[in-house]
Design a protein around this ligand. Sequence first.
Ligand code: 6CS
Length: 342
Amino acid sequence: MFKNKTLKQMVGVSFFTLAAFGATSIANAANWRYAHEEYEGDVQDVYAYKFKEYIEDNSDHTLQVFRFGELGESDDIMEQTQAGILQFVNQSPGFTGALIPEAQIFFIPYLMPTEMDTVIKFFRESKAINEDFPELYAEQGLELLQMYPEGEMVVTVDEPVTSPADFDGKKIRTMTNPLLASTYEAFGATPTPLPWGEVYGALQTNMIQGQENPIFWIESGGLYEVSPNLVFTKHGWFTTASMANKKFYDGLSEEDQKLIQDAADFAFEEIIDHIDGLAEESLAKIEKASDEVTVTRLNDEQVEAFKERAPQVEKKFIEMTGESGRELLNQFKSDLETVVGK
Ligand code: 6CS
């Protein structure tokens, strides 16, 4: 009897404790908003959904993901994040470069290695990526969570290009940061900065004669339909970054901050797996879908003709960013040396 009473009491206590705990945790559960720049199944979308999966599996919070176009262009989702309307955004330095000039470092051609394992090691270990960039983003009210590669840059153009002279008179679309425009100027083309939403139409109507992007995007966005000559110039990788509104992030409990960091790490590992072999698969799909497509892989001598123009872009980068850019570039190069030397 005494035993039974105790049990009853215990059950009663645990019921109320659990109910109270549940109510507290539900009261603390938030619905966070996350926007990115790509379509369903693209690299940023896979990352976002892995981030969401981790958050939702490990807390009571939920995450609502918005894809390209649902809330506007890349610049719009960044503005909404800085204003605190969105808690998270994934924006590539191609656009962030207008806000954080140092982020344009990814557009100095031939700075990044082309070999995937080296690129990944660099993202994992680089001090510039993991320590210096978070400070630069923080100055703009952003908590940088992760920088990650999406794929090697490939140029698509209205006819095959093998030398800077072949770019003469061609308008090549660039993302909207001034350094990328300098790169295409150095390559002999006429750079034309445009937001993503205008690229397909501009190629279709011959307002521009080419653009650059990783192969998966050339396939998923159907760019090969209107710009069928693919040129592998080996000049860089498409990089992107996930981040949070810093005020929102700083106001969270330590537990939630850790949850977010762990979710970003989890999504990073998943994306590294996802991009392995993605370019080859996407190229195969493109070649299957179109008879018009040509693939030109520049040989070492042809690459050299483009590469020898890189120092002028590096000089421009330092002009645009001053001492902080020079220091970042030195760190970037030393991190790369460490990774390549391993
Ligand atoms: O070229 C662009 O603007 C787009 N490219 C990729 C691979 N992702 C998003 C970005 O807006």
